[in-house]
Design a protein around this ligand. Structure first.
Ligand code: GLU
Length: 476
């Protein structure tokens, strides 16, 4: 939580925006137009549950409609409020612009603790919320397309998609009204892992630039790097799992609601995740040592800190004590504006949320395109690619035999080379490409301009410039 003397979340995002626009040449009118949130719809609706009517408060905020549909998740959390939803909607605008997904920014929230309700009740609540939003076109394939966020998952998205389809029985594109759906309801392979995967691709790209690695006071690659993860939910788990199993990083601590589990030699993330699923937290987890004050572990020594939980976790109260030289914001807004100032002065490199967690919306974009094209990626070309590759291999083998060259293709090569890419591989490839290119644009601003000293300002400059160009092209 942010300290009392700190600006709130939305104000913090605006201040970060202001710091970037101060370096840009935008007319004051345009600057204001981009900064403000276009509209926030608040709905209070009743659902009859457990023999009584319960009233719920929900929000859908549209920050910028320079491109439509607008995009952004729906979160279920007790502390959701207008300020938070508007801050998150603004971040979506900049995020989409930075990774070049053709969307404006939006976000939704429902004040609810999902753990208080069983599945049937949550379905009734979700369907009613979806109804309220859809009837005002705040869920609509061409206007506003929600996705999962904190407290929601594939399950809620399937209910939302079905609710929309019931209300729009002749809309052939109904499935494109929401992303993050399960595969059997029009989802796409690789969406669940996408945000965590994006964090991994972001780090891989960062470590491809020795100059940037040196700016964080680090050397080498991801292999052996000590990583602390806060929040082992969908994003934190996938990021940690892939970094550990594919890049050789060591997850030295996992911080959860009820404390942290720490092991200097590296935890087995999958076993920690299984423990949490069974016991609801890390308390008693035999994989490492338990630290009751989980938040203190944010300050522990490590190479990379991944806050993947709530906003405001690194604030003016603890920023000075953070020892990680590199922070990658897997959550939205985990570092407050005030903390950002302190970290920048200390020389900590922060890979900002707007970029770091954009993997989710990137794959949402692929899902939306899949829904509109009504065909799975790779369906047309996969076997044709395989046939082409087989021809090449067969021809090489024939040449080798004819000429008596005795060439031997290495074991496994033939199968690997011949295989055409399936949807998951294509999604990962598209995500990897997106994360690499966006990083390169960001770092070009970071290193190419004397007045940009950090990646967050660089990200804002790139994103705002694109939104501004879009408004200018419209003639605003
Ligand atoms: N809720 C995710 C985010 O904050 C995903 C949004 C989306 O896929 O539209 O980026």
């Amino acid at each position: 939580m942010e300290q009392l003397d700190e600006p709130g979340f939305r104000e913090g995002v605006d201040l970060m925006f202001n710091r970037a626009v101060a370096l840009m040449d935008l007319s004051p009118g345009l600057e204001e137009k981009i900064r403000v949130c276009n509209a926030t719809y608040i709905v209070r609706f009743g659902v009859r549950l457990r023999g009584a009517i319960h009233t719920f408060t929900g929000y859908r905020s549209v920050h910028s409609e320079h491109m439509e549909p607008v995009k952004g998740g729906i979160r279920y959390a007790p502390e959701v409020d207008q300020d938070e939803v508007e801050a998150l909607a603004a971040l979506m605008t900049y995020k989409c612009a930075l990774v070049e997904t053709p969307f404006g920014g939006s976000k939704g929230g429902l004040c609810i603790d999902p753990r208080d309700w069983d599945e049937h009740e949550l379905e009734a609540i979700t369907r009613r919320f979806a109804y309220e939003l859809a009837k005002r076109d705040l869920i609509n394939p061409s206007q506003n397309v929600p996705a999962p966020d904190m407290g929601t998952s594939e399950r809620e998205m399937a209910w939302i998609a079905d609710q929309y389809a019931r209300m729009n029985t002749t809309d052939i594109n109904a499935r494109a009204c929401v992303t993050g759906k399960p595969l059997n309801s029009g989802g796409i392979a690789g969406r669940v892992e996408a945000t965590g995967r994006g964090v991994q691709y972001a780090l891989r790209e960062f470590f491809r630039h020795p100059e940037d690695v040196a700016a964080a006071g680090l050397t080498g690659g991801l292999e052996g790097k000590r990583v602390i993860v806060q929040g082992l939910g969908n994003v934190g788990y996938h990021a940690a799992h892939f970094l550990q199993t594919e890049d050789g990083a060591k997850i030295t601590a996992v911080i959860e609601r009820d404390g942290a589990v720490v092991r200097e030699e590296g935890l087995d993330v999958d076993r920690v995740r299984e423990w949490i699923a069974k016991h609801g937290g890390v308390s008693g987890c035999p994989e490492g040592e338990h630290v009751a004050d989980g938040r203190s572990v944010l300050e522990a020594e490590c190479d990379i800190l991944i806050p993947a939980a709530l906003e405001g976790q690194i604030n003016m109260g603890n920023a000075e004590r953070i020892r990680a030289p590199l922070i990658i914001e897997a959550a939205n807004g985990p570092v407050t504006y005030g903390a950002d100032e302190i970290l920048r002065k200390k020389g900590t490199v922060v890979i900002p949320d707007m970029y770091a967690n954009a993997g989710g919306v990137t794959v949402s974009y692929f899902e939306w395109v899949k829904n509109l094209s009504h065909i799975r990626f790779g369906r047309m070309q996969r076997r044709q690619e395989e046939a082409q590759n087989r021809m090449l291999v067969t021809e090489l083998e024939r040449l080798s035999a004819d000429q008596g060259l005795g060439w031997q293709l290495s074991p496994g090569f033939k199968e690997q080379f011949m295989r055409g890419a399936d949807e998951l591989e294509l999604v990962r490839s598209g995500l990897d490409d997106t994360m690499r290119i966006a990083y390169q644009h960001m770092r070009a601003a970071w290193h190419g301009r004397d007045d940009v000293h950090d990646l967050r300002t660089a990200a804002f400059v790139v994103a705002i410039e694109r939104v501004a160009a879009s408004y200018r092209a419209k003639g605003l």
